[in-house]
Write a protein that binds this ligand. Structure first.
Ligand code: SF4
Length: 257
């Protein structure tokens, strides 16, 4: 299957299933994925080994974002949302907190109706400055694909010693000011069964959601090509059934099937 990289610092706008008209900000290299996860469903493809960390400079991001926002407003089509996503994990950028401050200042000045969203795998939220930056944006959307370390290792391929328990404790520090995002999928990867929709998986995940008490949960399934080839979409009815169980906890849950 073919996957693709974002070849620009500012990309789009694209119409996002979850976010509306979304202008993307890519803080990572334009020719390589740079992420401390290697998800089997990543739309950027597999991460290459031995990639030197290289981030788009703060000044360049500010200049390009400001120019694009001005252009969109002049054309009468301001974005609904400015979304940090792109070729990897945005919070790995050493100047992420300062870039968030720049972005909020540009948004307030040029298109105050736009929201700022960050899609993150939550691996850097142990750092106070990253948490503080995420708390400034409108939507901090943090990934939690399973309640089990073993499943996360299979689906998300984390570098280093990722721990679900530690991630959940850190998510609780947001005091509800976060959105949890979960990809549900099934299939095979390297001869192993992948399925985070079993009752054991969903029940344990719901327990964690109840403890984190986020202001919202977003669940979704595969939409585009994935680097692993034997993965299947989860039918939207099944996603809706999971969402109903989240809502029974008192947490709003959106579904993108
Ligand atoms: S966390 Fe996001 S960017 Fe990183 S590998 Fe997973 S899907 Fe790709």
């Amino acid at each position: 299957m073919s996957t693709s990289l974002f070849d620009q610092v500012i990309f789009g706008p694209v119409h996002s299933r979850r976010l509306g008209l979304s202008l993307g900000v890519n803080l990572l290299p334009v020719d390589n994925k740079l992420c401390n996860f290697n998800c089997i469903y990543c739309e950027c493809g597999w991460g290459a080994k031995g990639v030197r960390p290289r981030f788009n400079p703060r000044d360049e991001v500010r200049r390009l974002l400001g120019a694009k926002l001005r252009e969109m407003v002049a054309e009468g089509t301001p974005p609904d949302v400015i979304t940090f996503a792109g070729n990897g994990e945005p919070t790995m950028h050493p100047e992420f907190p300062a870039i968030i401050d720049d972005t909020i200042a540009l948004r307030d000045e040029i298109c105050p109706s736009a929201r700022v969203s960050v899609l993150s795998n939550a691996t850097m939220i142990g750092r106070k400055e990253v948490r503080e930056a995420l708390l400034k944006v409108d939507n901090n959307i943090l990934k939690l694909d399973s309640a089990f370390d073993e499943t996360v290792r299979l689906i998300d391929g984390p570098n280093g010693d990722y721990s679900v328990a530690r991630t959940v404790e850190r998510m609780k520090l947001f005091d509800g000011h976060l959105i949890v995002q979960t990809m549900f999928l099934r299939g095979w990867f390297e001869g192993r069964r992948v399925d985070n929709t079993t009752e054991r998986e969903v029940e344990a995940w719901l327990r964690l959601i109840a403890g984190i008490a986020p202001r919202q949960v977003m669940i979704y399934t595969i939409d585009r090509d994935t680097p692993a080839e034997e993965l299947e979409k989860v039918p939207v009815d099944e996603l809706r059934a999971i969402a109903a169980r989240v809502e029974a906890l008192g947490v709003p849950c959106s579904v993108a099937g």
